[in-house]
Design a protein around this ligand. Structure first.
Ligand SMILES: [Fe+2]
Length: 340
């Protein structure tokens, strides 16, 4: 399998831009946990949004930690700064960063690049990110409506490529970390992964919807991982330290240097004006009915007995289409022990 293309940046931001971004991150705290995502209604109700990656994480860590501890390990802190447009003006410079737009063109081979999403992830010592692919989007199906695991299965199946919005993702870092390497499977899930050490103001841009990736455990530095469940918050304290809190209870305090901040940037990349027009006019959108009918037809063709009203249809889709790297190669597994 040919290597997936990617671009690395040794120095992404200028001095002023770097200072601005860090100031924004400091000023906009506290941050909620990733596990507080949208509750699903209808098809897939009751199944966690990233059930695909969470299930694989638990499988690969069986017996090492109790499930509650595993959840704290991957329940990192997440905030969105832009969705289609910047959510506040100060982040605009990062949303339209020319170096990222140029790299998105290079990696995808598509000329029309529309910056869309900016969000941050913060990990505290002891946390990691389970291997996964990011949530893709399709014309007529995206994470504001459909289950995230279903969108992932749609892309892995290859059945909906005609409707896919190709997304370029940049991940940028703002610490010099001990541990917490970015692990990615540029040569496919069956080949050994590559590991990038996290250095301040570096970045990588690639198709994270297609390339499996994760984060190795961030070095514990003698700090016990506190319980981090939905509802916990990461605060910036008056003294400049950072603390994990649940309501008024302070569970752990960290220096800024001990955290791992990444800021992700995503852009929709269109091949030509016609593809852009289809995207904007919704003239060729998928519906959930079409998606599920297509999966049922394909599962039956593969010899699986299922139908549209099968209560196990969701699990049949999860089981059939999403293939993870072997446990021995997964992020975190090399040093013993997070999700985007
Ligand atoms: Fe990710």
């Amino acid at each position: 399998m040919p290597s997936a293309p990617y671009v690395e940046f040794d120095s992404l931001l200028g001095e002023q831009e770097l200072a601005s971004l860090i100031r924004i991150v400091h000023e906009r705290a506290p941050y909620p946990t990733y596990g507080e995502g949208r509750a699903q209604r209808g098809f897939g109700e009751g199944i966690p949004q990233r059930y695909d990656a969470a299930r694989n994480f638990v499988r690969t860590r069986a017996g090492r930690d109790p499930v509650g501890k595993l959840a704290s390990r991957t329940n990192y802190f997440r905030e969105t700064f832009a969705y289609e447009e910047p959510l506040f003006p100060e982040i605009g410079f990062f949303h339209r960063l020319p170096a990222l737009v140029a790299a998105a063109r290079e990696v995808t081979g598509r000329t029309i690049v529309r910056p869309a999403i900016v969000y941050l992830n913060v990990l505290v010592p002891g946390q990691e990110l389970a291997v996964h692919t990011d949530v893709p989007e399709f014309r007529g199906a995206n994470r504001t409506r459909e289950p995230e695991w279903l969108l992932v299965a749609m892309h892995h199946s290859g059945l909906f490529e005609r409707w896919r919005r190709v997304i370029a993702t940049a991940v940028s870092w703002y610490h010099d970390c001990k541990g917490g390497e970015f692990v990615f499977y540029a040569d496919g899930p069956l080949a050994p992964p590559r590991r990038l050490a996290v250095r301040c103001n570096t970045a990588i841009l690639l198709d994270t919807d297609s390339v499996m990736h994760g984060i190795d455990p961030l070095a514990a530095r003698g700090t016990e991982l506190p319980m981090i469940e939905p509802g916990a918050r990461l605060h910036r304290d008056a003294a400049g330290t950072w603390s994990v809190r649940r309501d008024e209870q302070v569970r752990a305090v960290y220096r800024w240097e001990d955290l791992r901040l990444s800021v992700s940037w995503k852009a929709w990349c269109f091949a030509d004006p016609e593809e852009l027009r289809l995207n904007e006019t919704h003239a060729d959108d998928l519906t959930l009915e079409t998606i599920l009918d297509t999966f049922v037809r394909d599962l039956c063709a593969r010899g699986k007995r299922t139908r549209r009203d099968d209560p196990e249809l969701a699990h049949a889709i999860l089981e059939e289409y999403i293939r993870f790297p072997a446990p021995g190669e997964a992020a975190g597994s090399a040093r013993g022990a997070s999700l985007a």
